[in-house]
Design a protein around this ligand. Sequence first.
Ligand code: HEC
Ligand code: HEC
Length: 330
Amino acid sequence: MSLRFTLSLVALACAGLAHATTTQEPIQPIQPAKVSNPAAVELGKMLFFDTRLSKSGFISCNSCHNLSMGGTDNLKTSIGHGWQKGPINAPTVLNSRFNLAQFWDGRAANLKAQAGGPIANPGEMAFTHELAVETLKTIPGYLSAFRKAYGSDEVSVDRITSAIAAFEETLVTPNARFDKWLKGDKKALTADELAGYKLFKDSGCVACHNGPAVGGGSFQKMGLVEPYKASSPAEGRVAVTGKDADRFNIKVPTLRNVELTYPYFHDGAANTLPEAVDTMGRVQLGKKFTAEENARIVAFLRTLTGDQPRFTLPILPPSADATPRPRPFE
Ligand code: HEC
Ligand code: HEC
């Protein structure tokens, strides 16, 4: 190959790169859900709303991840069985399929692995996996739902958690105004919102908050530049890896639908978006935003609210005579 030809190839490649970097944004649109097993999704939806998976018969996944409220409980920390004070803020289940792992410290590898946790957690639903299986087995309506989803009546923890995960896979929020802008509708954002996005990029927020979920892709130190005094004893990823370097490494949360998912941070310490943005600027980037800059970034963040999942509320099959009864006060 002649030198000249090689050089022009390099020039072409560079031109291609330059083009790619100007047109490629660090955030990508959310794609609508693709459903491969609709019967499993239906079953998972029923289980997500079913309070019979808790000891009290009163708590369901939806109690703390309310799909009418952005997939959260809007509480600083959740309330579990017997009105117990939870240790940490409940993250949204919306778009959780984009997370590299589940929980603030990433201790569950995926949605299926996560779904078994709360049922048996004494501070959450306070049930056991055996009792969950026993309970569902007695309910004829569930047996037919398991059959439709998985081909037989067998009720197992594996099938319960698979179905819940299949439902959660559908909890995506496409068509945010920001996504319309990304797809070329330049009128979808106001000048202030666009200025906010530019600040979000230029200040360095996108180093951690990127990808389709605007987060969820990595663990990062909370308090990179300035220490963050958390009001929760949780220390992040060190709980999983045991490595001192992972102390206060926390999964970067998604910023999709962030206007709905207050209060903010793993300890729920920031009540409002302006407060959360101010803290982030300070502790992660060593930046003090002016009131105007803060307002612009917040205006941009509010454009990340997408279409909320829409479905008919599942009607749950009634308990049978043999179904174990709830024990709310034990
Ligand atoms: C009592 C309140 C409560 C209940 C009930 C509950 N959760 Fe959670 N959920 C939380 C809290 C708090 C966290 C964060 C815990 C942590 O990171 O240590 C969480 C984390 C999650 C996450 C991880 C999200 C992320 O971004 O890391 C998913 C997914 C989830 N829950 C789904 C479920 C499902 C499915 C159920 C029902 C089987 C359920 N939850 C029941 C409070 C609750
Ligand atoms: C070094 C990585 C990093 C940078 C840079 C960063 N963030 Fe964060 N962000 C995080 C982590 C980690 C959390 C979770 C911290 C926690 O819960 O303790 C977070 C949490 C948030 C939250 C709260 C979300 C929720 O649901 O609780 C908002 C809002 C936010 N960031 C916005 C921003 C903005 C705006 C910027 C730029 C000014 C920014 N972040 C820069 C890593 C980063």
